[in-house]
Design a protein around this ligand. Sequence first.
Ligand code: PLP
Length: 384
Amino acid sequence: MPETYRRLETQLVHAGEPSPRIEGAVEMPIFQSATYTYAGETRYDDVRYLRSNNTPSQLALHAKLAVLEGAEAALVSASGMATISTTLLALLSAGDHLLAQSCLYGGTHDLVTSEFPNLGRSASFIDATRPESWAAQLRPSTRAIYVEAMTNPLLEVADLRAVVAFARAHGLLAIIDNTFASPVNFRPIPAGFDLSIHSATKYLNGHSDIVAGAVSGSTRLIERIRHKANLLGGALDPHAAFLFKRGLKTLALRVRFQNDSALRVATFLAGHARVKRVHYPGLASHPQHARARELFAGCGGVLSFELHGGVSDAEDFAARVRIPAIAPSLGGVHTLLTRPATTSHAGLTREERLQRGISDGLLRLSVGIEATEDLLEDFAQALR
Ligand code: PLP
């Protein structure tokens, strides 16, 4: 990579792009070809084929992501869940055990609770904010510890430094789903994690027009994951790769704006008489506010909140707001609003949700890139 690509904003635009430019094209064309002519490859994984994750649209993304993450290598896939399932199946063999944070993204939680037993793997859940409780869950077969940068929907911030130190002390791989932070707010590999995973559907692409996933880490680990990916088959299509890479170029602009806008929205909501509680690590009232300030450059666009009037007020609010789309997902340019009890956490029983602090009336907001003043005016009229 040229020396001049020193800072994130420049790397987002230029790192990994073909040099010299293909036919002078300023933007890399889409390589919509499933297969490529044989050039003497000797290993199956090296034969150039879309499912092998080694074609030009995929390779350019791998190179760009590795630079952004400060990693040796990266691998993209067809969704965040394709990356998560492939990574865990590649690195844990039958008989192996995983320590996982207790409040994981629903799909990941389902994977390790319902699918792992069928596949001979097991997992135990830890309270990631209490490092002193982790050792009791270790087994001789424990191979990795898996956490998320901020949990959904309460934005809990684990003791990420302690996760890295614990993994080192016990010979485990430290894996983080960094979706909620993005490399703009937190770079896990320089912080000591072995692997950084993203649902690229969220901030990395940022436009709610594709699903994609990515994992970054050492060449050795990424090659193991790529081999498994070639067998499981969740490869990213070149057209989606193009949209992913195009979206990445504005990542820093979008996420920094979202950091500021979400903090202003959170502050507004926290001061409103009809709002009971706001969960956002950027607010001084958040239990891990000090840790978030130490670890992250910003806290991202997602926050959650409860109204005094419970479910009926929450539904009323969702019906009255005009800018947000009532839709799952997060991290994109559109502001999105959901009620986790009926969407992301509908798979849990009410008791399980309440145990995790997710009340029926909790609303989750993903602040997009609309004018903050328009959002504030919209929320003020909806609350009136
Ligand atoms: N990880 C987190 C933190 C998520 O929020 C999501 C999706 O919401 C995923 C992983 C799964 O990603 P995808 O929907 O791209 O498969």
